[in-house]
Ligand binder design. Sequence first.
Ligand code: A3P
Length: 309
Amino acid sequence: LSQLPKQTRIEEYDIYQWEGFWYLPAHLEGALAIRSHFEAQDDDVIIISPPKAGTTWLKALIPTILNGPRGCKNIDDQEDDPLVKITPQLVVLTLEDQIFSVKNDRNPDLSTIPSPRIFHTHLPYTSLPNSIKNSKCKIVYISRNPKDVFVSLWHFMNYHRDDKQGLFPIEKAFDSFCNGVHFFGPYFDHVLEYWKKSLDSPSKILFLKYEEMKSDSKNELRKLALFLGRPFVEDEEVENVLWKCSFERLKNLEVNKNGIEPHSGLANSSFFRLGTVGDWKNSFTPEMEERINGIARLKFEGSGLDLYI
Ligand code: A3P
């Protein structure tokens, strides 16, 4: 790590830059290992997201569409539903800090996982292993309004601070976010790369927006299932999957209220906060709004990307 060109510190975190994006040390070591070792298979599904854009939601939805029971609301809550006992954080394997982490085997054998295998990563497109780019595996990417992403990230960082440290100063966190110096940032570049690639290869990359998933859930879910080759037939199936993976249901499951995600040691509850659109209005000053709007205008101009900013 010490040989990498850029390193900086945000409060208690050392972060490193690799191929234009910023990483915590454990994530970077994982990212380097994924790049060398991960071999995608043609029927893999790779969930990709910038942190706090709705990863957890997709980690529940995609296995439920592909493998889970789509049946009746009343009978399947306890028995055959992995989401009841295992948090979505564990249902799907996150590559960089879980599977390829320094704490585990650096080159694990993933070939025995039954297909379709589902993985998650926060890696930017630039740094994906070639086998993900070149195989026929599918990528589902989720994006979100950067203002809500920032506020969600800020709360997440505060959640994991101890009382003595107090709140992460929001001005400092915001300045770093705007400068792109945050985990897997710059956010704007992360989203823009996948947006452009999804326009070039719509059958390879499905580009979703958190806001549309919230406002037009049934249509977005139908689109997702069709992309995964498992289209819904009955409207009731769509409703059941949405209910199974709903924020309200998942947040209130025992495993998510009190469980700890074993790989990272993070409380599962930290992945379920409000689950709404527009919470940024409760934390942003007009100056913050103006600054982020300006960056978005500059970065996204001419790209056709509208993130409901
Ligand atoms: P908020 O902090 O705005 O509430 P990630 O999973 O990428 O870390 O993103 C976390 C964000 O997604 C949090 O946003 C969290 O509350 C929200 N979230 C988690 N599960 C969700 C679900 N099933 N439906 C909608 N939003 C969800």
